[in-house]
Design a protein around this ligand. Structure first.
Ligand code: HEM
Length: 499
C-alpha cells in the first residue's frame, strides 16, 4: 500500500469542504422544511375547536383579523386551512382549482348521502365528473332555466319544468319547516295573503304538467293557509311561508300526508326515511300526478339516463334528488328571508327596487352558506406563499369575504346601489362575491336560484306594501347551521296594493 503523501493543498480543500458541510448541516433549513400559514395557538386533542363558537363563520372572521386571510387551524388533529379574502379564495378556487377539487368525507355524508354518491359530497374523479355534468348540462342548463319566464310573465312549458322542480324540492322544505314554529300575533283586517298565495298559482296553474288532482290538493292547502292567517294573525311569518307556501299540497299528492304540522325531529327523520324509501322504490314521476306528454322533468331525465347509461344506477337518483332538495330549498328560502329582511329594514330600497342589485347585495351580506362547501387538498400546494399539505381541509369564509373592507366600502351596510354601475357578478368569476362558490366545485344551481328568488320577491313586492309590525326591531342575527337562517322568523305586515 502506498504511503499517504502529505499534500497541504489537498488537506486545506478537504478541511474547507468538511467545514462547509458542517455549517450547512447546522444552518441550512432542509429543503423539506415548509412555510405553514399562521396559526392561532391550539389546545391538545381538540386543537382550535373551542374557538369556533356557535357561529363558526363569525368566529373564523375574528380569528382571521388577527392571523390573516390564510390561516391554519386544527379541528382535533385535522389541519384546516381557512381562507378569508378574495385574493386567497381566487388562489384556491381558480389558480389551484384542481388541487382543491375534492371534498372531505364525513361519516354523516357517507351514511346520509349513499356513500357520497351525490354531486356535493362525491370525491373528485370520474364518477363526480359524470354526475356533475348531468346536473350542469341536462338538469340545470342555462337554456332550460332561461326558458322559465321572467319575473313578470306567466308560465308556459318552460315554467312547467320549473314548477315540477319546485314541487319536488317542496317535499323537503315542508319537512324542514317542521322544525320552525310559526308564532303569529294579532291580525289586522287589511292583511291579505290570498293574493300572494294565489300569485303562487303561477307555480300551480300551468295545467299542462299537473293534473287536476294535484291542483285541487294545492287549492285546499292554499285555502287552509289563508284561513289560518286570517283567523290567527297580525303579521305574516315570511320565514315559514317561504319554506312552506307550496309544500303541503305536493306532500299530500306525493306521500299522502303532510309533514309541516310535525312537531319534532323524530317526525322529520321519519319523513326523510319515507321520502328516501319512496324515491328509491317508486318512479316518482309515476307517483306524482304529472301528465307526461312532451314534458321533460328532472326525474324523467334521471331515469332516462339510468336506463341508457350502465354506469349510473337507479340508486344514484336518490342522492342526486337529495342534492336538489338540499341545494334548492333551504338555500333559496334563506336567501329570500334575508332579501325581505333587508328590504323591510331599508324601505328606501323597496321603492326603487332593482332586483339584480338587491339580490347581489343581500347575498354579499348574508350568503346562505357562509362557509361555502368544504374542500380538501389533493396534493401539497402553495397558497399565497404558504405551504398547504395534502389532506388539509379547506374552508372558504364567504361571509368574511363579503364583508372584507379591502373589497367593499362600508362593508357592513346594505347598499344595493353599489352594484348599479359595477360589473361584479356572483357567478364565481369575481372572488369578492362568491355565495355560490366557484371553479369546478361551484354551485350548478345559480341561474335556477336567481330566477326563483326574483319571481318570489317580484310577487311579494309588487302585490303588497310591506312593513314591520309596530315596535319590532328586526333582529338581523343568524342561527348556526349549514344554511344561515334568521335567528327569529321574519314577521311582517302586508297590505295589498290595489292594481
Ligand atoms: C340561493 C341558492 C343557492 C346557494 C346560495 C347555493 C350555494 C352553494 C355553494 C356555496 C356551494 C359550494 C360551492 C363550492 O364549493 O365552491 C354549492 C354547491 C352545490 N349546489 Fe348550490 N346553492 C344554491 C342553490 C342550489 C340549487 C337550486 C341546486 C340544485 C337544484 C344546487 C345544487 C348544488 C350542488 C349539486 C352543489 C355541489 C357541487 C359540487 O360539489 O360539484 N344549489 N351551492
Amino acid at each position: 500500500m502506498e504511503d499517504f503523501q502529505y499534500n497541504p493543498i489537498l488537506l486545506t480543500l478537504v478541511f474547507s469542504l468538511i467545514s462547509l458541510l458542517s455549517l450547512n448541516l447546522i444552518f441550512h433549513k432542509p429543503s423539506t422544511k415548509t412555510n405553514p400559514p399562521p396559526s392561532p395557538p391550539k389546545l391538545p386533542i381538540i386543537g382550535n375547536l373551542h374557538q369556533l363558537t356557535s357561529l363558526p363563520h363569525r368566529a373564523l372572521h375574528s380569528l382571521a383579523k388577527k392571523h390573516g386571510p390564510v390561516m391554519l387551524l386544527h379541528f382535533g388533529s385535522v389541519p384546516v386551512l381557512v381562507v378569508s379574502s378574495a385574493d386567497s379564495a381566487r388562489e384556491v378556487m381558480k389558480t389551484h382549482d384542481i388541487a382543491f377539487a375534492s371534498r372531505p368525507t364525513f361519516k354523516a355524508s357517507k351514511k346520509l348521502l349513499y356513500n357520497c354518491k351525490d354531486v356535493g359530497s362525491a370525491p373528485y374523479g370520474e364518477y363526480w365528473r359524470h354526475i356533475k355534468s348531468i346536473f350542469v348540462l341536462q338538469l340545470l342548463n342555462n337554456k332550460r332555466v332561461q326558458s322559465f319566464p321572467s319575473a313578470y310573465t306567466v308560465g308556459n312549458k318552460g315554467y312547467n319544468y320549473f314548477s315540477i322542480l319546485l314541487r319536488i324540492a317542496a317535499l323537503t322544505a315542508c319537512v324542514v319547516s317542521a322544525f320552525r314554529s310559526a308564532s303569529i300575533p294579532e291580525s289586522p283586517s287589511d292583511l291579505r295573503v290570498c293574493t300572494l298565495l294565489s300569485s303562487s298559482s303561477r307555480f300551480s296553474k300551468d295545467g299542462e304538467t299537473l293534473t287536476q288532482i294535484s291542483n285541487l290538493k294545492r287549492e285546499e292547502e292554499t285555502a287552509l293557509l289563508v284561513n289560518k292567517v286570517r283567523e290567527a294573525s297580525g303579521a305574516v311569518d315570511l320565514s315559514a311561508m317561504f319554506a312552506t307556501f307550496t309544500n303541503d299540497g305536493i306532500a299530500r299528492a306525493a306521500l299522502g300526508k303532510k309533514y309541516s304540522e310535525s312537531e319534532n325531529g323524530k317526525k322529520f327523520l321519519c319523513a326523510m326515511t319515507d321520502l328516501m324509501e319512496f324515491l328509491g322504490v317508486i318512479n316518482i314521476g309515476d307517483f306524482m300526478p304529472i301528465e307526461r306528454r312532451n314534458i321533460h322533468d328532472f326525474v324523467d331525465i334521471l331515469i332516462e339516463i339510468c336506463d341508457d347509461d350502465a354506469s349510473i344506477q337507479r340508486d344514484s337518483i336518490k342522492p342526486l334528488l337529495l342534492d336538489v332538495f338540499v341545494g334548492g330549498t333551504d338555500t333559496i328560502s334563506t336567501a329570500l328571508e334575508w332579501v325581505m329582511s333587508e328590504l323591510l329594514q331599508n324601505p328606501r330600497v323597496m321603492e326603487k327596487l332593482q332586483f339584480e342589485a338587491v339580490i347581489k347585495e343581500s347575498m354579499r351580506c348574508h350568503p346562505p352558506f357562509p362557509l361555502l362547501g368544504p374542500r380538501i387538498a389533493r396534493e401539497d400546494v402553495r397558497v399565497k406563499g404558504y405551504d398547504v399539505a395534502a389532506g388539509t381541509m379547506v374552508m372558504i369564509n364567504g361571509w368574511a369575504i363579503g364583508r372584507d373592507p379591502a373589497s367593499w366600502d362600508e362593508s357592513d351596510k346594505f347598499i344595493p346601489e353599489r352594484f348599479l354601475n359595477s360589473s361584479i357578478d356572483l357567478r364565481g368569476l369575481d372572488f369578492e362575491l362568491i355565495p355560490f362558490g366557484a371553479g369546478r366545485r361551484g354551485c350548478p344551481g345559480i341561474t335556477f336560484s336567481i330566477v326563483a328568488i326574483e319571481i318570489v320577491i317580484a310577487n311579494l313586492v309588487h302585490k303588497f306594501d310591506w312593513k314591520l309590525p309596530n315596535g319590532v326591531d328586526l333582529d338581523m342575527n343568524e342561527i348556526p347551521g349549514m344554511a344561515a337562517h334568521r335567528v327569529v322568523p321574519l314577521l311582517a305586515l302586508a297590505s295589498p296594493i290595489s292594481e
